[in-house]
Design a protein around this ligand. Sequence first.
Ligand code: BGC
Length: 434
Amino acid sequence: MSKIFPQKADSPLAKKFPEGFLWGAAASAHQVEGNNHNDWTEWEFENSKIKSQNAKLKQWPDFILEKYPNPLQEENYISGKACDHYNRYEKDFDIAKSLGHNAHRFSIEWSRVEPEEGKFNSEAIEHYRKVIHALRARDLEPFLTLWHWTMPVWFVKKGGFEKSGNIKYFVRFCEHIAMEFKGNVKFWVVLNEPEIYAGHSYLKGIWPPQKKNLIPYLSVIVNLIKAHRESYKIIKKINSGAQVGIAKNNIYFEAHKNKVHNLMLKKFIDWWWNFYFLNRIKNHQDFIGLNHYFHNRIKNFKFNQNENKKVSDMNWELYPEAIYYVLKSLKKYNKPVYIIENGLADAKDENREWFIKESLQNIHKAIAEGVDVKGYFHWSLLDNFEWDKGFWPRFGLVEIDYETLERKLRPSSYVYAKIAKNNSINDTKKEEEK
Ligand code: BGC
């Protein structure tokens, strides 16, 4: 791992991050681009009405209802023009640059590139070429995600990732993109959070195709493992210098009071949720891309026995210590780790500054203890379309006015900018002691 300690600090309170550390934000095509046509857009049209009606059965705080669109409105559930990032990417990258970022994670929308089976759309490819150039022109290192959950309608009609025979179509898409961009992109993320996708779409039944069935759930996981491995091999064949990884959602499962029965359950769920997929692809990844959001305390055979002292607008517990434990648990893979998602829905920007700082303190602690963390990408640069929840959850460092599409920097974006520009963070504990 890179040598980081000791290093000259700007102030006695500053904790330096390793030289060359990547600072950025992450996004995905469907959530920001606008005007996509894929399996999700079809599902959104079918479900927006019922979703807005169901939302009426819940209590919503005023600060959510007073924004447009809100959960009671059908428009909330239709991605539509989203942030119009497809047309405004240059301005958005200007913002990222002004905020001291030196990297950016984005995804390629498969349904744009291959809208019909086997027919690749050169205009879409040229668009993404310009996107990559725009990033490079601003010294933002591109992290290119090949699959962030959305799929062309033709692929889904064939059974999507439920069918092992369909893996070849995804691999062909990856091969095509790798050929096109081999000279311009170093970091490749093949799959985004396969276990979240499989769980939401095939077990919980809340995302398309809304199944609740263990058999397709397991097939999808197995097929995504194969898809990752095959794509890894082909990208490396095309460009041996490429760094290829995954975006893996790992959770800190905590065994309450370290009691034996809690520890046993932790061991099992750690194996299945955190490590199974990573173990199966361990020879087919150059780095681990970590997406981290959750802490889950196990108490008396029950999950999620958390104290929830602070929560996000989506009621997700804000527990920045968790990332330290997750990072430590990845050390055994002996691979560089890039944190390629971490963030919170916080429309009022009340907790974001605190959350970023505390998360980075914990990341720094893991680095000091030998975990080779090489980058941090906040989720997200812009407010965006949060899947089945729609537009109301506000994850952006930058606020979007969905009526005018105006971008407005949130105060926390400047705090993160300062950290990125200094490549260091103040030691908050020492600050408190003073
Ligand atoms: C996903 C993003 C999503 C974010 C917040 C991650 O699981 O990759 O697409 O918006 O979490 O829910």
